[in-house]
Design a protein around this ligand. Structure first.
Ligand SMILES: C[S@@+](CC[C@H](N)C(=O)[O-])C[C@H]1O[C@@H](n2cnc3c(N)ncnc32)[C@H](O)[C@@H]1O
Length: 224
């Protein structure tokens, strides 16, 4: 263990780290969508997703519109459909929660979108999406949720290994987190990923200390 690793403190487990929580949340959101067309919680706000989409479309040297993209823990799938709107054509959204995929499929139908949605668990290599390789993996809030499970310490390592596995050589991993700082993410992912860029996010100052409520970091897969 390095000095940096030892500075990472595990988070206290919470209901957001359980599958039950997400199943109930998306069941409710599916009902709301059916009743009045509300797509549900936009995690970390509209701007967070838009910043991710903008960065991808502004960096053709790393990602082309036809490159395969995996959105890991896609929830309502809105980030996928936003990427599609920006011109990306090969997008897969996976979530371990059937209810989330049902909601994403409903929204997709009305949006006349071509995004592929499927149930899949990033911690379980038996999930069928592991048969494919992706140029980019995006994550908005999923590593955060996994970090809150009872088994977070082990799951975070599995997450990093499996994300590395599904990426093509030189692939990119883009993560938006509210639980971890830029430095913590860079430290945790350093076994499998090289820090490429941190996308600027609004910062706040409190008690003389400057911080960011949301962090978006882009990593390059290391060839191990
Ligand atoms: C904070 S929500 C974010 C959802 C979506 N990315 C968004 O920005 O709206 C976290 C998501 O991660 C999903 N999730 C948690 N653990 C997962 C796992 N092991 N594999 C796939 N999805 C998972 C949950 O079902 C939930 O949809």
């Amino acid at each position: 263990m390095t000095d940096e690793d030892s500075k990472i403190t595990e988070l206290d487990p919470s209901k957001l780290g359980t599958k039950d929580y997400w199943e109930n949340a998306y069941k409710l959101e599916l009902n709301n969508y059916t009743d009045h067309g509300d797509v549900g919680e936009v995690w970390f706000g509209e701007d967070a997703g838009q910043r991710m989409v903008n960065w991808l479309s502004e960096h053709p040297e790393y990602v082309q519109p036809s490159d395969p993209i995996l959105d890991n823990g896609t929830g309502n799938g809105v980030l996928c459909m936003d990427m599609e709107q920006e011109g990306f054509t090969d997008i897969t959204g996976i979530d371990y929660c059937q209810e989330a995929i049902d909601l994403a499929e409903k929204i997709k139908e009305e949006a006349e979108s071509q995004v592929k949605f499927q149930v899949g668990n990033i911690l379980d290599k038996e999930s069928s999406f592991f048969k494919s390789k992706f140029k980019v993996v995006t994550d908005k809030g999923t590593y955060d949720a996994i970090s809150l499970s009872e088994t977070a310490k082990v799951d975070k390592v599995t997450y990093i290994e499996n994300t590395h596995y599904v990426l093509e050589k030189d692939g990119l991993f883009m993560i938006t987190s509210c639980n971890w700082t830029e430095q913590e993410l860079v430290t945790m992912f350093s076994t499998h990923f090289k820090h490429l860029e941190t996308i600027p996010t609004p910062s706040f100052t409190f008690g003389g200390k400057k911080g960011n409520s949301v962090t978006t970091v882009v990593f390059n897969k290391i060839d191990l």
